[in-house]
Design a protein around this ligand. Structure first.
Ligand code: ZN
Length: 219
C-alpha cells in the first residue's frame, strides 16, 4: 500500500501542478465526449491506451466489461450508462474487451464457479456470447478464448442497445457505438466493423465503427 501513497504524494508534487489550469477548469464541470466501458483488469488502463486527460473519459469497469440488458430492476451499470448518455450527452460509447480476460477464461474453460456465486451470477449477462461461441469450432484453447472475448464485445453492444437512453440517442443520430479488443502483449486494438461484423486493426482502419448512427429522417 505504501507505493500507492507514495504515488499520490508524487502526483501532488509533480503531476497536479502541471495540470493545475485543467483541474481548476474541471473543478465544477465535466463534459466527457466518450463513455468507455472495459474490464476491471489491472492491465487495461483506458486513459493510458487512449492517451486521454482527466475530464475526457466517463468510465465503467467491471469483470468482463459487461453491460446487463435493461430490465425492470436496473443496476449500477444501467444508471451510469443512462447518466452518461442522457445527462452528459456523450457522442460515443466504447466497449473494450481484452486478451487473457479472466472472466472470459472462466466461461470458455467452463471453470466451476460454485465457490464464486457473485461472479457466476454476473457472467450470466454474457450467456449469449457463450452460446454463440460454443457453437463454433476452435483450433485451440487460445483461439477459443480470443473468439469469446470478441463475441462478448458483440453481445454487450447488443445489451447496450436495450437501454432506453441509448436507443433514443441512436434514433436521434447523436450516438456512435464502438466494439474494441485490446491486446495486452502487443498494445494493438482490434475494432468491430459494423458493416462486415468482423474485427479489423484499428491502427489500419482508424475510422472503424460498430454502429454509426444517422440522424433520423422522421426527427
Ligand atoms: Zn477481463
Amino acid at each position: 500500500m505504501q507505493n500507492i501513497i507514495d504515488g499520490f504524494l508524487k502526483f501532488q508534487r509533480e503531476a497536479f501542478p502541471q495540470r493545475s489550469a485543467l483541474f481548476k477548469q474541471l473543478a465544477s464541470t465535466q463534459s466527457p465526449g466518450t463513455l468507455f466501458i472495459t474490464c476491471s483488469d489491472s492491465r487495461v488502463v483506458p486513459e493510458l491506451l487512449t492517451q486521454q486527460e482527466p475530464g475526457d473519459l466517463f468510465v465503467i469497469r467491471n469483470a468482463g466489461n459487461i453491460v446487463p440488458s435493461y430490465g425492470p430492476e436496473p443496476g449500477g451499470v444501467s444508471a451510469t450508462v443512462e447518466y452518461a448518455v442522457a445527462v452528459l450527452g456523450v457522442s460515443d460509447i466504447v466497449i473494450c474487451g481484452h486478451s487473457d480476460c479472466g472472466a472470459m477464461t472462466a466461461i470458455s474453460t467452463c471453470k466451476c464457479l460454485e465457490h464464486l456465486p457473485a461472479v457466476a451470477n454476473w457472467l450470466r449477462h454474457a450467456e449469449s456470447a457463450k452460446v454463440i461461441n460454443a457453437a463454433r469450432h476452435h483450433a485451440s484453447a487460445a483461439d477459443h478464448l480470443d473468439a469469446l472475448v470478441r463475441d462478448n464485445v458483440i453481445a454487450q453492444l447488443a445489451n447496450l442497445k436495450t437501454h432506453p437512453s441509448v436507443a433514443l440517442a441512436l434514433e436521434q443520430g447523436r450516438l456512435n457505438l464502438h466494439g474494441w479488443v485490446y491486446d495486452i502483449e502487443s498494445g494493438a486494438i482490434a475494432a468491430l466493423d459494423g458493416n462486415s461484423q468482423r474485427f479489423v486493426s484499428l491502427a489500419e482502419h482508424p475510422h472503424t465503427c460498430a454502429l454509426a448512427s444517422q440522424p433520423s429522417s422522421a426527427a
